[in-house]
Design a protein around this ligand. Structure first.
Ligand code: AMP
Length: 211
């Protein structure tokens, strides 16, 4: 059983790495951002998108209830990769409580470190597909412009990858999420990885730590 958290600023590649790792070790990939985006046209989705489009965090109470619900599903019994949760200290405290209630624990927290200037360049070049695939126009472009390699769908830019929203997401990350680095360091669970290499190099390094 392996429960792993991927931490990192927006644009660090944690979503891509979480997905690869989850496939490799065969556990569910739980991305709270993906769950919120999939909830569009529901009451939750409408409430959440107001925060998301501004680059703000969705309130803790919503996220905590959401993750509690997700972790109770049977597929999490073999472990999971958490991507985008926790993002605040109260969310991390709630996670400890939820996991211990299920007789589970966090095994490893991987922090992907990338300098700020690279994050802004990466996010503005990010394009995504409804199927969940993610591309970078510069270093991981699709084979045909604007078309998903996996499903042929049309690629688009996320509403929160606009310059204004990106700047705010980085500020929010530093204020709310960065303190989790010390939080997990103090629990002896943290490993920091340099996130400026290629997708393959980083995924190899992450896998080594997991093993
Ligand atoms: P992501 O796909 O992880 O970049 O998340 C996109 C957006 O969803 C974030 O900028 C937040 O607005 C919201 N979100 C996702 N996860 C959380 C969380 N754990 N706490 C609060 N807001 C979240």
């Amino acid at each position: 059983m392996t429960n792993i958290i991927l931490l990192g600023p927006p644009g660090s590649g944690k979503g891509t790495q979480a997905k690869l790792l989850a496939e490799r070790i065969r556990v569910p990939h739980i991305s709270t951002g993906d769950i919120l985006r999939a909830a569009k046209e529901t009451e939750l989705g409408d409430r959440a998108s107001e925060y998301m489009n501004r680059g703000e965090l969705v309130p803790d109470s919503i996220l905590i209830a959401m993750i509690e619900d997700r972790l109770a599903k049977p597929d999490c019994a073999s472990g999971c990769i958490l991507d985008g949760y926790p993002r605040t200290i109260p969310q991390a405290d709630a996670l400890n409580r939820i996991l211990s209630g299920l007789d589970l624990r966090i095994d490893l927290v991987i922090n992907i470190d990338v300098p700020d200037d690279r994050l802004i360049t990466r996010l503005s070049a990010r394009r995504v597909c409804e199927c969940g695939a993610t591309y970078q126009l510069t270093f991981n472009p699709p084979q045909a412009k604007g078309v998903c390699d996996l499903c042929g769908g049309a690629l688009y830019q996320r509403d929160d990858d606009t310059e204004e929203s990106v700047q705010n997401r980085l500020l929010v990350y530093k204020r709310e999420t960065q303190p989790l680095i010390d939080y997990y360091e103090n629990l002896g669970l943290l490993t920091t990885i340099d996130g400026s290499g290629s997708i393959k190099e980083i995924s190899g390094e992450i896998y080594e730590h997991v093993q």
